[in-house]
Write a protein that binds this ligand. Sequence first.
Ligand SMILES: Nc1ncnc2c1ncn2[C@@H]1O[C@H](COP(=O)(O)OS(=O)(=O)O)[C@@H](OP(=O)(O)O)[C@H]1O
Length: 273
Amino acid sequence: MDRPLKTSGPSLLNAIIIGVKKCGTRALLEFLKLNPKIKAPGPEVHFFDKNYDLGYDWYRQQMPFTSPGQITLEKSPAYFVGKLVPERVHKMNPRIKLIVVVRNPITRAISDFTQAVTRKRRHIGSTRFEDLATCPTNGTRRASCSKGVSHNWNALKIGIYHRFLRKWLEYFPRKQFLFIDGERLITDPATEIRKAEKFLGLTPTIKSTNFVKDPVKGFPCVKRFDATIHCLGKSKGRTHPKVMPDVIHRLEEFYQPENERFFELIGQRFKWF
Ligand SMILES: Nc1ncnc2c1ncn2[C@@H]1O[C@H](COP(=O)(O)OS(=O)(=O)O)[C@@H](OP(=O)(O)O)[C@H]1O
């Protein structure tokens, strides 16, 4: 595993979208692929978390061929929360650029829950989001309970972004990260994409005219330069359950200080609630 990556054949990786799960990572990658300088493998590669033992040669084989000046970009959102991933990525390329898409952690949790329900995970069954996200406020104390929120539930834990980011910052300086607002990626994709193109050192080519709104789902679809339109598949832009307002309020109170810690860490703020 200590051999360096070859520079011939499938190219070296220049940048990774490391997460966060359900924050719009697929949309970001698909939008960026409008830029002819960006190449990406189709599916998630999961090299640094699940497939690390297969080695760099295997990883290289998953990558597309690129010509000089092109950038290879991979996205595997599980990297953000993987304990061993930052060290492994650093070992491969300490100068790699890291892109993190983050969104309102409450919407992220509902999206994660919706996916689990759709995939009919047994442990979820017919349970409501509210039942999994909250715990009694009647004085019963539980270690996994804070402000009436069941914060050990994975769908909520992932949204405490600063906890996971700290591990990455042990290996990479802040200037090597770009934080994309997953909410704005939906409402104003061109602005977020321009930031990413700049961060990757590319001449901006993607404009607001490259996006059209899906009349059914309301999410942006890409209008390619040959005028064909591509919307993300049916596993993206699912309908979310309506969550009770008092539970949303409780979650806002829970996440507010956690978001502040995250904003302080990245030196940037997002207006999520
Ligand atoms: N353009 C466009 N089209 C469809 N969906 C969009 C888009 N932009 C952002 N989103 C939001 O992205 C959410 C899925 O995030 P990810 O791609 O990161 O999910 S995953 O972790 O790879 O499973 C997805 O979550 P759900 O709404 O729960 O399906 C969307 O809210």
